[in-house]
Design a protein around this ligand. Structure first.
Ligand SMILES: [Zn+2]
Ligand SMILES: [Zn+2]
Length: 155
């Protein structure tokens, strides 16, 4: 992590800019079907933070929230994206009180270098959905079906 302990980030069009302060609670790759749909890719790479660690610097007016109700747990996941360029930015489980203060931030929108010191996943979740051609990332812990915003969160 950077020495200042602040990570900046933005969406593709740069209208939305944010800062996160302090270390993440958890970093993870999610192989669930919904993360695949929302990224349009093979998995999502997120970092979980306390909501008060996230500061939106600009672009609040272009943020849109999609309430994702089609989850295995039945919990609603609020997926926030830039309505101008469509970048997925944040996700939170606002219907679930136990994680009401947690936000997942897409690592792809963070301004990071390529090194493991900048960012690396600690966990892989929904591994039962992982594409066969993707090998488990070295150094991660796997879970067949962890619901990040559900009650059985990894401690
Ligand atoms: Zn944008
Ligand atoms: Zn997912």
């Amino acid at each position: 992590m950077s020495t200042t302990n602040i990570i900046t980030g933005s969406c593709l069009c740069q209208k939305v800019r944010y800062e996160v302060t302090g270390p993440p609670k958890m970093t993870l790759l999610c192989h669930c079907a919904n993360c695949r749909k929302v990224t349009g890719s093979t998995y999502m790479a997120n970092a979980l933070y306390q909501k008060d660690q996230l500061h939106i610097i600009s672009g609040e007016d272009v943020l849109k929230v999609y309430k994702d109700n089609n989850t295995e747990s039945g919990n609603t996941v609020a997926r926030t994206f830039c309505s101008n360029c469509s970048s997925p930015l944040f996700a939170s489980g606002d219907s679930n009180r136990t994680v009401a203060d947690v936000v997942a931030i897409t690592s792809g929108t963070m301004d990071l270098g390529p090194s493991r010191g900048d960012w690396a996943p600690q966990f892989e979740v929904y591994c039962r959905n992982r594409r066969e051609w993707i090998t488990p990332v070295e150094g991660t812990m796997g879970s067949e079906a962890l619901e990040v915003f559900g009650p059985s969160q990894v401690e």
